[in-house]
Ligand binder design. Structure first.
Ligand SMILES: Nc1ncnc2c1ncn2[C@@H]1O[C@H](COP(=O)(O)OP(=O)(O)OP(=O)(O)O)[C@@H](O)[C@H]1O
Ligand SMILES: [Mg+2]
Length: 278
């Protein structure tokens, strides 16, 4: 099979010199793994990269900390972000209040919205950083991503409302909508349901004014060139799905092979992006 590799996709990302790369898709399709693979591939080419994940299973990303000179790794921990935000509000707004006012404020800060605001603030910080270097961001599964986009959209409208003379400031939403600044990669598998789910996510993103830049089809058996009759049949079925993505959903895409073992560590991650695969 002569499918475009992840490495070829990274050529297009690297060409812009910096920017936000966001991986989205349903649970377990390989978002965290591929975010790491893209970050490693960019860093390997000598570009400065920050890989950030919200995945609590940090075994993959932690192994990369300090592994390459120009690669930094961090994790957005919703609980830690919420605590940080809560402390900040209590120290600023809270300092001016009497005991009763502070009690009310503390009550307010216990609402679930607080976590949403805190995670959104962490996200905004990351977006700003992408003006100078590559930031590769691994998002939580689809549902959370859409919540984050809602918060981002609501913030944008609020800023717009407050600045009646027009927007002089780039909101995170505007940054996400600009393909020069942000590349959204939809991760899926070469199977019917995952392709439909990615297509639905693409519709939701377009509704928010965000055009996904490319699709990544992970865990390809066809690329692994199997010998067993069962797997060869699966590989054939995959080809149809890959063609349907290329024809119907995204002209820009990459196919990533299923590896024999969990891709952890620099060498395995480079293998995913096309080194050593014909
Ligand atoms: N190409 C691949 N070959 C072999 N194993 C893979 C490949 N891609 C991912 N995996 C493995 O599949 C599992 C799920 O991958 P990963 O954690 O990256 O998915 P995710 O989309 O981030 O999941 P979640 O939605 O839970 O955050 C991991 O154990 C990972 O090592
Ligand atoms: Mg993940």
């Amino acid at each position: 099979m002569n499918a475009p590799t992840l490495s070829e996709l990274v050529d297009g990302i690297a060409a812009d010199g910096h920017g936000l790369v966001m991986l989205m898709g349903k649970g377990g399709v390989g978002k965290t793994t591929l975010a790491a693979a893209i970050a490693v591939e960019l860093a390997h080419r000598g570009l400065p990269v920050h890989l950030t994940t919200s995945d609590p299973a940090a075994h993959l990303t932690e192994t990369l900390n300090g592994a390459l000179d120009n690669l930094t790794v961090s994790r957005i921990d919703p609980h830690a972000e919420t605590e940080r935000y809560r402390q900040h509000v209590l120290e600023t707004k809270g300092a001016k209040l009497d005991a009763q006012g502070r009690a009310l404020l503390e009550e307010d800060l216990r609402s679930p919205c607080t976590e949403e605001i805190a995670v959104f603030q962490a996200f905004s910080r990351i977006i700003r950083e992408a003006g100078k270097k590559f930031v590769v961001m691994d998002t939580a599964p689809t549902g959370h991503t859409l919540l984050l986009l809602d918060a981002t959209g609501a913030y944008h409208r609020e800023v717009e409302r407050q600045m009646s003379s027009g927007l002089h400031y780039l909101t995170p939403m505007m940054q996400l909508q600009d393909p020069k600044r942000t590349k959204v990669l939809l991760v899926t598998l070469a199977e019917t349901t995952p392709v439909l789910e990615a297509a639905n996510l693409q519709v939701d993103l377009r509704r928010a004014g965000i055009e996904p830049w490319a699709w990544i089809i992970n865990n390809s058996v066809a690329l692994a060139q199997p010998h067993s009759p069962l797997l060869r049949q699966r590989a054939l079925n995959e080809l149809d799905k890959i063609a349907s993505v290329a024809d119907g959903y995204s002209q820009r895409y990459a196919v990533v092979p299923l590896l024999k073992k969990e891709p952890v560590g620099i060498d395995c991650l480079l293998e995913l992006s096309g080194y050593g695969v014909d």
